[in-house]
Design a protein around this ligand. Structure first.
Ligand SMILES: [Zn+2]
Length: 335
């Protein structure tokens, strides 16, 4: 029982596929808590402030640091040491993969949103659909200020340990205040995306106008091996948001914003990356450096300082094998 043990993570790992029973109970102060499905937990204050907040982690099952972060917040909420004053939906994305400590069982779940799950079979496709439904039911209840932070950790080292991916906004301005919120949470790098994706954060941004981000919080480690200090700043920001206290948005917090320079999709089985397998994210290259080859096609850096992000030669054909980025130019619209 979640109500007694306050531990959503243990509960989810124990029942990763089927919830033995739904739970609904009330906290002191009248906050309604509902565990409606595996890893899907809602908090509804009696008189909520304006924000509707979705926090998700574990869409990749082995990305344990953010899962533990959300579990700490849930423990504090259930223990009454953190006040829930905004509506809140907590999602643990891929429980069966969490149990076996794998990023995914069959499919990369963070490519299955915005309906792309219907093109796939299996548990992960069904789960992506279930998560979409949970977010839809949550946001549709009112016209609040909508937020979704989908928390991840990266597979590889990174020259920039923490960074946020800002999904495509279809020409709407990027929000400086959101970037400042993240920067004051220790996430000093952001990456602007310029095309629709099938990620969870794009789904919430595009379908519901949420301020939504994929947030990378460091490197993958097993459960129990994460340093909670390294995420203390963003954890504090999330606590402030949940409890409707002023969040920190000091414009002086360090922040570098990157734009996508090249998005390189794997077109053939001959695709190779021209750097070490363990090259860190945000490693920089000089104009003309060969980055990847796909049969006859060569991909080279187009500018000095062009940096690589998310290289993965093992993706399925047609999927993204490499992004390159450059510091943002003056032409991007911010508000
Ligand atoms: Zn991830």
């Amino acid at each position: 029982m979640l109500q007694q043990h306050h531990d959503l993570l243990s509960h989810t790992l124990k029942y990763p596929s089927n919830l033995p029973q739904q739970e609904q109970f009330e906290l002191a102060g009248g906050v309604e808590v509902s565990l409606t499905d595996v890893g899907i937990l809602r908090f509804e204050p009696p008189q909520p402030d304006a924000a509707d907040i979705v926090l998700s982690a574990g869409v990749h099952g082995n990305e344990t640091g953010p899962i533990e972060l959300l579990n700490r917040l849930v423990q504090e909420l259930l223990a009454g040491t953190l006040n829930c004053r905004n509506r809140l939906l907590i999602l643990l994305g891929n429980p069966p993969a969490m149990v076996v400590g794998k990023r995914e069982l069959e499919h990369n779940m963070n490519r299955l949103f915005s309906g792309n799950h219907s093109n796939y079979q299996g548990d992960e496709a069904q789960r992506a659909k279930r998560l979409e439904l949970a977010v839809t039911e949550f946001f549709q209840q009112r016209d609040g200020q909508r937020y979704h932070y989908d928390l991840h950790t990266a597979i590889r080292d990174s020259k920039r340990e923490k960074f946020a991916i800002y999904p495509f906004r279809h020409g709407k301005p990027w929000k400086r205040q959101q970037l400042a919120f993240l920067a004051n949470g220790g996430i000093d790098t952001a990456l602007l995306i310029h095309s629709p994706q099938t990620t969870f954060s794009y789904f919430s941004s595009n379908q519901f106008g949420a301020d939504a981000f994929t947030v990378e919080l460091g490197k993958v480690r097993p459960f129990g091996h994460n340093d909670s200090q390294s995420v203390a700043q963003i954890e504090s920001q999330l606590r402030r948001l949940i409890s409707a206290e002023p969040v920190l948005i000091d414009a002086a917090a360090p922040l570098t914003v990157f734009d996508v320079a090249q998005e390189i999709n794997k077109q053939s089985d001959a695709f190779t990356l021209n750097f070490a397998d363990d090259a860190a994210n945000f490693t920089e290259y000089q104009r003309g450096d060969l980055l990847a080859q796909d049969g006859e096609v060569e991909y080279r850096a187009k500018a000095d300082g062009e940096a690589i992000v998310f290289p993965n030669a093992k993706v399925a054909l047609g999927q993204r094998a490499l992004l390159t980025v450059l510091p943002v130019g003056a032409e991007q619209p911010f508000e």
